[in-house]
Design a protein around this ligand. Sequence first.
Ligand SMILES: Nc1ncnc2c1ncn2[C@@H]1O[C@H](COP(=O)(O)OP(=O)(O)OP(=O)(O)O)[C@@H](O)[C@H]1O
Ligand SMILES: [Mg+2]
Length: 740
Amino acid sequence: MKIAELNLPQALKDFYTGSGIPELYPPQAEAIRQGLLDGKNLLAAIPTASGKTLLAEMAMLKSIAEGGKAIYIVPLKALASEKYDRFLEFSKLPIKPDGVKVGIATGDFDSRDEYLGEKDIIVATSEKTDSLLRNGASWLSGLSVVVADEVHLIDSPNRGPTLEVTLAKLRKINVNLQILALSATIGNAKALAKWMDAALVQSEWRPTTLKEGVFYGRAITFKKEKRTVNNAGPDEVNSLVADTLEEGGQCLVFANTRKSSESIAQKVARSLSKKLQPAEKEQLAKLKQDVLRHAETDTCEKLAECVGNGVAFHHAGLKGEHRRIVEDGFRQNILKVIACTPTLAAGLNLPARRVIIRDYKRFDVNYGSVPIPVLEYKQMAGRAGRPRLDPYGEAVLIAKNYDEFGELMENYINADPEHITSKLGTEPAMRAHALSAVATDFCRSRQDLKAFMDTTFFAYQRGDLSHVIDNVLNFLLEENMIIESKGGSLKATDLGSLVSKLYIDPLSAALIAEGLEKAKKRPDVAEFGLLHLICSTPDVKSLYLRRGDYSWIIRYADEHASDFLSDVPDSYGDDVEFEQFLAGVKTAALAEMWINEKSEEAITTFFNIGPGDIRNLMETCTWLMHGTAEISALLGAPATRTARELAIRIENGASRELLDLITLKGVGRVRARKLYDAGYTSRDKLKAAEIPAIAAIPGIGDKLAVSIMSQLGRKVDHTPPETEEQPQVSGQSTLFSFDG
Ligand SMILES: Nc1ncnc2c1ncn2[C@@H]1O[C@H](COP(=O)(O)OP(=O)(O)OP(=O)(O)O)[C@@H](O)[C@H]1O
Ligand SMILES: [Mg+2]
């Protein structure tokens, strides 16, 4: 089917043809026949790289040309930026008088982001979309198309419920909404399609060949052929990498932990360094400098070292800047190999000729080491052989012995993907969704709520949710977050409505509210008490306890005995409860070090975590502390001011004395400290200073000095020299990092 024949705006057809896409792939053509361009709901459960994004683009842009508006929901941040960059290419498309406006929804979870109402396409994670609904963003009722990319995420215990409830809500408030769900091939696509009243496109067709196989005994056995690996040595990963690089391809290596992704990268870097050409080395040296520019810790140094040799690692413990450098370096074929955790598994278009899945098992707290599902294996494998980037792709698992070889062939290469199942039927999953449905007046009674939950995938698959809903409503009634009238109508209290908007788990909010009630009876509220309070809620993923931790944490807890705002369990009582308490103390201790300006290096070493972990954890803590301040204000507790200050300090990792300086744009904790130590201890003192004196402080420079002065309202007619580096204004970040 030719693009030129489609019922699409001419400008869009010209755009595709001009960019080398004159014809649809067969599954895309099938989607057109099933009514994609006639506003029909559609589920495309087709292989990786089969061009699902193009389906979304055509549906969205056709609708936008007719005055509509679209939201594109994704699971991961890396994918959100890839899609955002792609859709920006349509900005100048003359299908609307002022072009197509694209937005990406990041940022705080309690804002409505009304400016997004101006946009035609909004890219957002499912959590952000949910939070926009809770905060009553008006434009969400004016959507014409919703795209749920990687919709098999519904299967995820942590994140699936939010996605399915969000989809159900969007459908309820937009009667003529077209839903387009994009999924990998799954076992029960029919059921999912039926739930969405959608036509189904299913196919095994892939534009480029993806050969999947197992490496054992110096050769890769694919389904239909065998490939001998040239010069295979004792190290499997190194042999597989060298083999692909020799033929000019690039490699992705998937590992199950961050640590092993790092050691794989180091190992590959050592053997690759000898084979690089001088011109390649030169480019890599530049990239290494880019990494070092943002380096504060050992992990960053390690990354820089690997990058200098053409290899990188990539996981959620890396800083955002480093992740981008790595992704871009690989896209430009400067980096030859990335060793990563599954952060790069979903949806991304990367030029990987060969994907090596080094670990097919993953650690699970309840079950120990377990094999990953076929669906997940397929996601990783599917990064190889992307059309227009590679002529074909190979995905390779590694077997240690003949038995394992047989198992891997049977359980992955020749296996069908699993069915996906909804995880909405538990109280933790239901709590927040029930509260938000009531708080937004979306459901006004128990029956209403049950009727709405009846439209979810869970109800479709498993039936009745009444029991869970009743339990959750009883909890919310007890915690004074909702009230039920005699006539049976439900309403949120001020507390309930605040909690829903703040996007925190109602159980966390209940624990915080209880702690704040205790604070009312205290002469003062200790900072550590508040830190510990938020760190003991289910929203904060506590640090694990290691064997060597117990003695110092118990001592630490003793020293802070009078600070705690939550119940301190008896050390001779319930083991699990006591351990949870200690894990909360450990996490709070990290937060305390962070706000007392301990270096990232010191914290990562002491707690044995990555710099990105500190950021992720502190982002969540900032959010909860902000929530604590709001709840404290509502309850009239004496912690509002301290909590507000703490939220700013956690966000920036700064001591109390830096509060005045830290909120200046371009001034992080390191620069604020330098200004402070140079005698500029407040905004007033800075305002009275001379620009050259400020600029001369190491790390400040002309441009930032000028920017600070103009932020302070001083007139500046000082033009800084062109060569000066731009001040680093910290960007707005999203609240949660979802990647593993
Ligand atoms: N009809 C077409 N002709 C040529 N190239 C195409 C066509 N449709 C899509 N492509 C290209 O195929 C590539 C892969 O597409 P896309 O990322 O949409 O795959 P996907 O199906 O979403 O895969 P995944 O399941 O991995 O997310 C893109 O680079 C896209 O430009
Ligand atoms: Mg995709």
